[in-house]
Structure formats: C-alpha cells, structure tokens
Design a binder for this molecule. Structure first.
Ligand code: GDP
Length: 366
C-alpha cells in the first residue's frame, strides 16, 4: 500500500508488530474447585470417633447440638453405636459461682490429671448462654494451658434450648468423648441452682468450688447444692486469705455434718487450695481418686451410673413428648388462643390444658 510510513525513507514514528504476551494465568497452577464437604455416613462417624479422630468427634458433637431433625437422626444413631465403647472414664462435675475460679482451677486440675497420661474432655452446662448469646463456660480462651494440650478437648456449653435440652446434649457428648478414648471428663457449671442437679445426674464425683467470704457465706449456699457435693474445695487460699479459707473450711465441715449421710457411704471432705498458685491441687485429686476407689469397692459407682441412665431415659421421654406436643402444627395454632382465653378467665387452666391435650391425642390418631 502506498503510504509514507511504508516508504524505506520514512523517519517518523512507526507501529511495530507486538510480541505475543504470556497468559496471565500461571500454567503450573492446577485449577482446583474447593472440595465440596461430603457428608459422613453414620459408620464413618463411629469409625472416626472410635479411632480418636478429634475433628470427626467435633463434627459429631455439632450434630448432637443441632436442632435440625436430620442432624438429630444421624446423631442418635452415632450415639447408639458409640455406646458400647463408652463408660470407661471418671466423670467429674465442677461447680462454682462466677468468679469462684472455675476456669483457673480447671486449667490446673486438667494439667494435673493429664500428668499421669490419658485424655481429658472439658464440657459445660450453661443454660444462661442462650440469653447471653454465646456460651461462657468451657471457653478455650479461659483455659490457657489446657487449650493447647494435645490430649485435651474443650467444648463450650451447647447453647440452644431449655436446661433439660442443654444437659441432654452434654450427656450425649460425654458418650461420644468416652468412645473417642477420653478417660477423664470434666463437666463445668455455674453454681446458681438448677444446672447443678443436671450435672449431678451425669457425673461420678461432684466438686463444689467455694470462696471464703465474710463468715456468713454459708447462708448464701443453697442447701441442695451442698448436699450433692462429694467434695467442697475452698479456692484462693493464698496470701492473706489463708486464714479466712481455713475458717471457712471448718464452717463447711461443720455444716456438712448437719446433712444426712450420703447414699454412697462416702464422707464428703472439705479442702482448701489455690488454683492460681497451684497449691493443694494434688490433695484434691487424691481425694477424687480415693472416692472412686471407695465407691467402686462398695458397688455404688455402678449403681449411681445405672440410676443416672434410668433418669436420662425418663428425661428423654419427657423431652420428646414435650417437643412433639409443642411442635405439632395444630397445637401451635391453638396455643395462643387458649393462652388468651386463660388470661381473660374465659377458660380455666385445666380445661384449656385438657382441650389442647385431647386435640393432640386425636390428631395423633388421624
Ligand atoms: P470463674 O468465673 O469461676 O471461671 O473464675 P475465674 O477462673 O475466671 O477466676 C476469677 C478471678 O479469680 C480471676 O481474676 C482469677 O485470676 C482469680 N483467681 C482464680 N483462682 C485464684 C486463686 O487461687 N487465688 C487468687 N488469689 N485468685 C484467683
């Protein structure tokens, strides 16, 4: 083509043919799609748990805690299959009011019991966690040494549901942990009432952490909680608090004498210690092991576990019936109306309840 630029004499700017650019995609990079999470089968869950695979154990616990029906169905099957591998552990309930030093203590208690080997699971029952959105108990950040120990498994309290529901999930998690080879189980709870009964119904030893106070602290403790304790330990016996702790020890020991002798035949002991300075911790665990030897010797250990199984059978029935009733669509529709009628005194509570139940049972027959 005749154009000044094509002339050999042209001295101006010319457009050169470019060179081919390499691909902007690294050819050595294998394009991989993120693997889709495959759902494990019941058999795979059980196999993983029994092998001691903590990732699979965690996933199974998540299923136990899930409120979804299909998750619950798998969880129940996994629990049932893990049951024959469970039971071989010492289960200790640890209770105390907020600030009593539970997390500090569990950290040192845990490190102490792991010195002899074995594996420790720390679980929790914290019914308040639903309200506060996020469980406080069993939080890994509260237990600095244990949380990085390779033989510990820390799981915060399940948060959804009623105390009964939360407790059942913790009880089921115990079974899974035991099947995974955890031979020491701690169940932590706040010492404020009902949740102690739930913890007591799933442990072999119930340890109550107390603080020395002004001298009248005994009045603040619910009698029922003290009666459940197999051991009372007074924390923060350090510095200028030692004398007060010793005084509290005497007061608690005296108070324990006022209660009827425990069914186990064991005399609950009162000890002082300091979780923070790790003083007196060995003595506490010597006491727990002495208790276990004692009740294994007199048959109470197995008796208590059997009684607990019975208790949980009834608890499960109650919970299933309750949830089946309240989740029934017809009942859900009727409830609000009946509630209003009762509030307006158009119906008595008993008649309203009867009508709801009658409707429920006739719905079941359909
Ligand atoms: P929790 O709420 O029962 O879990 O209690 P924490 O373990 O969080 O402890 C509450 C506070 O008490 C923290 O500031 C701890 O440092 C302190 N504490 C715990 N154990 C001891 C102890 O043995 N001695 C002293 N002096 N303080 C302690």
């Amino acid at each position: 083509m005749k154009h000044p630029e094509n002339s050999d004499d042209y001295k101006g700017l010319t457009v050169n043919k470019g060179i081919e650019q390499p691909s902007s995609v690294n050819p050595y990079l294998k394009l991989r799609r993120p693997p889709r999470k495959r759902k494990l089968t019941v058999g795979e869950y059980v196999e993983g748990i029994v092998k001691g695979d903590v990732t699979i154990l965690s996933q199974a616990v998540t299923l136990v805690e899930s409120i979804r029906h299909e998750h619950q169905a798998i969880a129940q099957e996994v629990i049932e299959k893990c049951l024959p591998y469970s039971g071989n552990s010492i289960r200790v309930g640890i209770s105390g009011v907020p600030g009593a030093g539970k997390s500090t203590s569990i950290d040192v208690f845990g490190m102490h019991v792991l010195e002899k080997g074995g594996k420790l699971a720390v679980l929790a029952i914290d019914p308040s966690s639903e309200r506060s959105k996020g469980s406080i108990l069993g939080d890994k950040t509260r237990m600095e040494s244990l949380s990085v120990h390779p033989d510990s498994f820390i799981r915060p309290s399940p948060s959804a549901g009623s105390l009964g529901g939360v407790a059942r999930k913790t009880r089921e998690t115990i079974i899974l942990c035991e099947a995974a080879g955890f031979d020491k189980i701690f169940v932590e709870t706040v010492g404020v009432g009902q949740s102690e009964t739930a913890v007591h119904s799933m442990v072999d030893f119930f340890l109550l952490i107390q603080l020395a106070g002004t001298g009248d602290e005994l009045q603040g403790i619910k009698r029922g909680i003290m009666e459940m304790a197999d051991g009372i330990v007074i924390n923060k016996a350090d510095g200028n608090n030692i004398e007060k702790a010793k005084l509290a020890q005497t007061q608690f020991s005296n108070a324990l004498h006022l209660f009827p002798a425990p069914e186990s035949g064991w005399t609950p002991q009162v000890l002082t210690y300091s979780g923070f300075y790790n003083i007196g911790v060995k003595e506490i665990w010597d006491m727990v092991y002495a208790y276990v030897d004692f009740v294994k010797g007199n048959g109470y250990f197995d008796y208590r576990r059997n009684e607990q199984s019975k208790y949980w059978m009834y608890e499960s029935i109650n919970e299933h019936l309750r949830s089946s009733f309240y989740n029934h669509p017809v009942i859900r529709e009727m409830l609000e109306e009946k509630e209003r009628q009762v509030l307006n005194a158009d119906l008595t509570s008993f008649v309203a309840a009867k009508r709801l139940l009658d409707t429920y049972f006739s719905e079941l027959k359909k």
